[in-house]
Design a protein around this ligand. Sequence first.
Ligand SMILES: Cc1cc2nc3c(=O)[nH]c(=O)nc-3n(C[C@H](O)[C@H](O)[C@H](O)COP(=O)(O)OP(=O)(O)OC[C@H]3O[C@@H](n4cnc5c(N)ncnc54)[C@H](O)[C@@H]3O)c2cc1C
Length: 391
Amino acid sequence: MDFSFSESQKKFRQEVRSFLEHEIKKGLWEPKCDAWIQGYNPEFTKRVAQKGWIGLTWPREYGGQGHSHIDRLILTEEMLRYGAPAACHWFPDRQIGSSILKYGSEEQKREFLPKIMRGEMYVGLGMSETEAGSDLASLRTRAVEQDDCFVINGQKTWTSGGRFMNYVSLWARTDTNAPKHRGISEFIIPIDLPGISRIPMIDITGTEAWNDIFFDNVRVPKKYMIGEKNKGFYQVVEQLAYERSGMERLMGNYPLFDALIKFVNETKYNGKPLAQDAVIRHKLAELQVEFEVGRLLIYKVFITMDEGRVPTVEAAMAKAYATAFEQRLANIAMEILGPYGLLWAGSKYTPFGSIAARSYLASKGYSLQAGSTEILKNIIATRGLGLPVNQ
Ligand SMILES: Cc1cc2nc3c(=O)[nH]c(=O)nc-3n(C[C@H](O)[C@H](O)[C@H](O)COP(=O)(O)OP(=O)(O)OC[C@H]3O[C@@H](n4cnc5c(N)ncnc54)[C@H](O)[C@@H]3O)c2cc1C
């Protein structure tokens, strides 16, 4: 077992850091929490694309770089450490491209992959519905075959992609007679097709990263169905493993961790440095231990991917652990900052640009999005420990 990085991986990490530091120094953007999902910056995405860092693991014959998944993990780890605004390309790079590579036709690979790698395709994830979250297979959006199209009717909720998405990935029912898991298909749909409308969801932090999307007799050409008809549920289960397993589940709020340590180092309370307060030191030390454990769990996921396996159980363990870490980090920041932590941007007393208050509010959703912690524990119990499925 080798826990060290190769020389070329260390060099790559350094290259990514230099790029990001240069961008920050030039004032092109400011580090932010949750910037992987809320930091929409097409120009940044284009510059990342020019470096060849979108589709890093994809085969060279399709324009990818053929790197390992660990290399991509290094890249994303650094993006998150610096709070880089990577939301435009995050979803297609993380999971949509891989799904197209595995299940898409040759025509779809040639159409979509170059667009993703050029940083021009921004995809929202349209799985959940108002009555289908944990039990995704009960979704009701319908896709009915008609001539050379599928006609889609229904509603999705919590669809990521803000107002910037130009495509939506959609799972819809294509067979109403089959058992519910076996009648679903996957689509990638241009968002400007007639009949698609969107209402932004303003979340608890006041941002607009998600949408309710409505499909009203939308005629979607058949070429936009990915993979085999009625096999979409099995494809989405695989995608969810990629969606759950990334470093973003542990490091979405890394700028807060960084700022908190700096604050404790620089601040005195009643004449005594906070950094010498035993309770605060221990809280931060505990967080650091948990952070390192979370990192190892996520590295294990990516090693599994490099071995060519779908990391279903590994991803469930990593996400359940990592999101609990993120929530503890936000709680501890609140405990250390006291009432100041609650202040929103605009007050001169707000510590580090209100990221503590923002992270505290946002962290509540982490154990729900991409599968709730209870669902992840069910996966670990059944597929990891071999316990029977709950009836
Ligand atoms: C911030 C945020 C971002 C999101 N982003 C997206 C997105 O981009 N795209 C998308 O499609 N969806 C997205 N979602 C939706 C998310 O996937 C669902 O909220 C999630 O799957 C839970 O579904 P639900 O909200 O319907 O809750 P329910 O499924 O109704 O669950 C309610 C509660 O019951 C528990 N529960 C349900 N079933 C079981 C069971 N079998 N065993 C034990 N406990 C159970 C759950 O853990 C939860 O605590 C997002 C949600 C949030 C909060």
